[in-house]
Structure formats: C-alpha cells, structure tokens
Design a protein around this ligand. Structure first.
Ligand code: GLU
Length: 451
C-alpha cells in the first residue's frame, strides 16, 4: 500500500517492475512520488512528457570488478558501482561508500536522493553515487591504498571535473579520497583538482568541507526551531553514529548551547549525561579508528555503553534527535518512543535514516521533521564550493566558507517551507523538499529536449 496519487500509480508500478529486489531504491522513489500528486495536478505535462519516469531511471549505471591483494598476499575481489543518475543541472555529483551492505539498489537509492538534494542547494550539480561492498574495518593502510587504486583503475575513465565528481560517504574519508585522487592523476596525467571533493587542504581541498554535513544539519534544525521561537540552548540532543557527520553535528550543537548526551556505532551506544566529550570521541574514532565502547571504558563513572542487541539509542529521552548513522536506523517503534519522550525536532544527518513509518509518526505528532535530502545537503553544497575554489584556483577562509554554508542551509530551509506553504501543507518539510527538488530537475530536463 502507498499514498501515491492515482495518476502516478502506473509510473510507480513500472518502477517496481523494473527494480524489484531493490527495496531501498523503491522506498526512496515511493517517498518522492507520494509528494508529487499536487505537482502533477498543476503541471499535467510532467506526465505527458514522461518526466517522472525519466527521472526515476538513472542515466547510466556502471558495475565493475575490483581485484586487489591483501597483506597476506591473497587475491581479494570486490564489486564496484557508479550510478550516474541525472546530469540536467550539472556534472554527476555524489559520494562513494565502502560498506559490506553496498549493492546496486543501495547506490541507486542514494543517487536518486542525491539528485534532489543537489538541486535543493541551488548550485550547478547533477546527481550520482558510487561505492563498493568492500569492508574497510580492520584493513591496513596498505590494503586500503591498493583497494582504492584498483577501484580507480576502472572508475577513472568515467569521471572528470565536467562529467562526474565523486566525494566521500560512509567508509570513505580524507585518506581514501587521497588514494583515489592520486591514482586518477597518474592514469590521466593531468592535475584535475575539481574531479574529486573532500580533498585535504594540502592539495586543493576546501576549508569547512569536513565539518559541512554535520554543521549544515545543525543549521537546518536551528532554522526549524526558530520558526517556533525556540533554539538549541539547554536542549538534550541525541546524535546517532560517530563518524564524520555525527562528530561535527555534536560540535555545532554544543556551540549553540545544546547538550549531546548520546552517540553510537554499529556495536551499540554510549550515554554521557554530562555531555559527550568530543576530544575523547574524536581521538577514539578519527585517530585510533576504535569502537565506541572504549569511550565508556575510558570515562568510567556514570557513563555507560549499551550493546546494540540490548537496546536502541532512540530509547534515550531527548528534545532533539539527529540520526546520523545510516539508512533505516530509526524505526516506527523508535519514533513512538521518541514522541512519548517529548521530542520536538528531528534532523536527518544520514541519508534516509528514518523509515517511512517513523516519518509519519513524527509528522502526525507535530514534531518538526527535516528530511535528509534537505537537512544533510550542507556536505555536498560545500563540495560545490570546493569545485568553485578549484575552478578559480582560489582558497577561501574558514569563515567565508562557513558563512556561505550557513546561508545555503537557511536558503534550503526557506525554500522547503515556502514550497510546503504554496502546495497547501505548511510545516511539511518532506513535501517541500521533494517538490522543490523535483521541480528544479524537471524544469531543466524539459528545456533540454527528450533526454
Ligand atoms: N556523501 C555525501 C552526501 O550524501 C556528500 C556527497 C558529495 O559531497 O559529493 O551528500
């Protein structure tokens, strides 16, 4: 069952037929189509010109073998993906994910979301996503480098600063981007800084790129709270995850006067009522590449670790929830618990972390809910600022870059809110984000002929 307008039902039936066995992709498409009933009522030509069908079909999908040699001299094989989803607004743009759960359906869902997210930024970037089922956990630096080089030996022919520009995502940070960019540069014999974003400052990266996704989500939630004459000051906040997005969300929330009392990794979560000690968390996660349990072991006292099989981080009572780990990490049951504990705002730092049931529960309870394609767009927006700096051979200060990020996030917030008003659903940021993102892509595609 779904809540898709009857005019759009045949389109969804066709997407289901063509992509069966890809539940995350179908989930992402369904969520967008559920928002588009009022749009096609206004623009019947979107159906006549098959714009929606075209947007649901990636422009190109590349799947390839990645052979590499581990530290024991054994040959390993992984599968690589790059889904070039839509280039109506600019070169394909989106991260690369390394995680054992990666398959073509996951990369397609991420590429689909990315297309609308990138459109919402208002910057000239199309949508794409890539990745591999490679598991970086426990691998040596040498293994990571050989894997990245092998991946790029195939992928380089599909990239280019005007064609397709990857960045990081889960399992891919500065170290991996360095190895991939280095191999790209060797193979093409060309210093094409703008072909990758999320680079280190030492070779063309942008200040504030590392911080951007977490900072951006925090700015977005702040803007939502402001519509209710509220702010982060004195709020109890739970941020799931402990990677790049979570760490910089925690930092920004703390700077706005909120107290982040819990964070997690795939093994479980920690609760620190005094507020998460960011220096310790960063040392464990960024330097030692360790597990979250070490946080509780080192802090001792009242700080405790709860293993994943014993409970959910969303059992922790809070005012604001910022899921920043991975897709479908927050279920309907979790949402009910959060609502009964009095949550007032939710900002998705990860891509699609709340299940559809969870989103409905938040919205029906009047909780301010920011969907990922709007709230976590600060990362890719700052990637576009990195491309801008590379193209002009310039390097901006942290302050200037963060100011641009903050104003882009306020702009996305205001666009979503105004679109929701225009379509008769005030306060519905899901509807606002889906419609505003979709219309930007659809309008550009219409002008470019049948593409
Ligand atoms: N992976 C990030 C995202 O989900 C960043 C993509 C980018 O900077 O290209 O938006």
């Amino acid at each position: 069952m779904n809540n898709i307008d009857e005019k759009l039902q045949p389109i969804f039936a066709d997407v289901m037929r063509r992509n069966h066995g890809e539940p995350e992709f179908l989930q992402a498409v369904q969520e967008v189509l559920e928002s588009l009933g009022r749009v096609v009522a206004k623009h019947p030509d979107y159906i006549e010109q098959a714009l929606i069908e075209r947007i649901c079909e990636p422009e190109r999908q590349i799947i390839f073998r990645i052979p590499w040699v581990d530290d024991q001299g054994k040959v390993q094989i992984n599968r690589g993906f790059r889904v070039q989803f839509n280039s109506a607004l600019g070169p394909y743009k989106g991260g690369i994910r390394f995680h054992p759960s990666v398959n073509v359906g996951i990369i397609k869902f991420l590429g689909f979301e990315q297309t609308f997210k990138n459109a919402l930024t208002g910057l000239p970037i199309g949508g794409g996503k890539g990745g591999s089922d490679f598991d970086p956990k426990g691998k040596s630096d040498g293994e990571i480098m050989r894997f990245c080089q092998s991946l790029m030996t195939e992928l380089h022919r599909h990239l280019g600063e005007q064609t397709d520009v990857p960045a990081g995502d889960i399992g891919v940070g500065g170290r991996e981007i360095g190895f991939m960019f280095g191999q790209y540069k060797r193979l093409n014999n060309r210093y094409e800084a703008g072909v990758f974003t999320g680079k280190a400052l030492a070779y063309g990266g942008s200040r504030a790129r590392t911080e951007a996704t977490g900072y951006g989500n925090t700015y977005f939630v702040k803007a939502m709270l402001e519509t209710k004459n509220s702010d982060f000051d004195g709020k109890r906040v739970v941020v799931s995850g402990s990677g790049n997005v979570a760490i910089y969300t925690i930092k920004k929330v703390q700077s706005f006067g909120g107290t982040v009392i819990a964070c997690s990794d795939s093994s479980g979560y920690v609760v620190d009522e005094a507020g998460i000690d960011l220096d310790l968390l960063r040392d464990i996660k960024e330097v030692r590449r360790g597990r979250i349990v070490e946080y509780a072991q080192e802090k001792g006292g009242d700080v405790h670790f709860i293993p994943a099989e014993k409970g959910s981080i969303w059992d922790v009572a809070c005012d604001v929830a910022m899921p920043s780990a991975t897709q479908n990490e927050l279920s309907g049951k979790d949402a009910k618990k959060l609502v009964s504990n009095g949550v007032v705002a939710v900002g998705e730092g990860a891509n699609m972390p709340c299940t559809p049931e969870a989103v409905h529960i938040f919205q029906n309870a009047g909780v301010l809910f920011a969907p990922g394609k709007a709230a976590n767009a600060g990362g890719v927006a700052t990637s576009a600022l990195e491309m801008q700096q590379n193209a002009s051979r310039d390097s901006w200060s942290f302050q200037k870059t963060e100011e641009r990020l903050a104003s882009i996030m306020q702009g996305i917030h205001d666009t979503c809110a105004a679109t929701a008003d225009e379509y008769g659903a005030p306060g519905d940021y899901v509807l606002g984000a889906n419609i505003a993102g979709f219309v930007r892509v659809a309008e550009a595609m219409r002008m470019l002929g049948v593409i």
